[in-house]
Design a protein around this ligand. Structure first.
Ligand SMILES: [Zn+2]
Length: 242
């Protein structure tokens, strides 16, 4: 494979990662997050749901708080201590103005210069069909960056919440995109990323027969080696920069 991916820019201070579910950041990008927080960047997470529909044997009212706890532990392992949850319903998150307003609110609160989202395309790079929640939240996040900067789209954010427009987002990076353009070398942080994904222990236990740590190691080593092959490093996390 040719080395086709460019290095991700590092001239930014604060990033907001917007995803649908607990575990989305961990499957796609947490090794890159660890390398950013190591380098002194500030990273916050904003999740549209608590992933309460994610565990077959556990009813949503128990799974929601459980997965929220796992997400906070998982984030702390890669240096992220600001984790925010919205209450959109897992599995049936609707892409629309309510979601855009909530995400624009989060962007105005955090005031990031970089927004990270998750694959919003119909398919994954390997061809499989993407989840409706990922498509909805990814697309709404892309839209919400513009909404966050416009005083007149959600005027109630100013009048009711005192949140003035934030036009400071200079870049959006899509993790898990089937059309990556940039990458981060994650060799030094891969072990911590494995721990961060494995922290979703209850979720992973329901997903696979493998021990969470083994599943996390296998998955992240394989996917980061694939991206690394296009970036000229052993392990990398790829993004599509918008
Ligand atoms: Zn997900």
């Amino acid at each position: 494979m040719t080395e086709s991916l460019e290095p991700m820019p590092t001239d930014w201070q604060r990033a907001l990662v917007i995803v649908a579910h607990p575990d989305d950041v961990e499957f796609a990008a947490c090794a890159a997050v660890a390398s950013w927080t190591d380098a002194g960047h500030e990273v916050s997470y904003l999740l549209a749901s608590r992933g309460e529909a994610g565990i077959d044997g556990v009813p949503p009212e128990e799974a929601g708080p459980l997965r929220e706890r796992e997400q906070r532990e998982s984030a702390a392992l890669v240096g992220v201590h600001d984790v925010r949850f919205l209450d959109h319903r897992d599995g049936v998150i609707e892409s629309g103005t309510a979601l855009r307003r909530d995400l624009a609110r989060g962007i105005r609160e955090v005031r990031p210069d970089l927004v990270i989202t998750f694959n919003h395309y119909d398919r994954w790079g390997f061809g499989g069909w993407n989840s409706p929640d990922h498509r909805a939240v990814g697309r709404a996040a892309l839209d919400a960056v513009g909404d966050a900067g416009n005083r007149w789209i959600f005027p109630e954010l100013v009048t009711e919440a005192g949140l003035h427009p934030w036009k400071g987002v200079r870049r959006i990076a899509v993790a898990g995109s089937p059309h990556p353009t940039h990458a981060v070398d994650v060799g030094p942080t891969l072990d911590r990323a494995v721990g961060s994904l494995a922290a979703h222990a209850n979720y992973l236990a329901a997903l696979t027969e493998q021990a969470p740590e083994d599943m996390a190691r296998d998955f992240l080593h394989r996917t980061t080696a694939e991206a690394g092959a296009s970036f000229g490093t052993e392990h990398a996390v790829a993004f599509e920069l918008v």
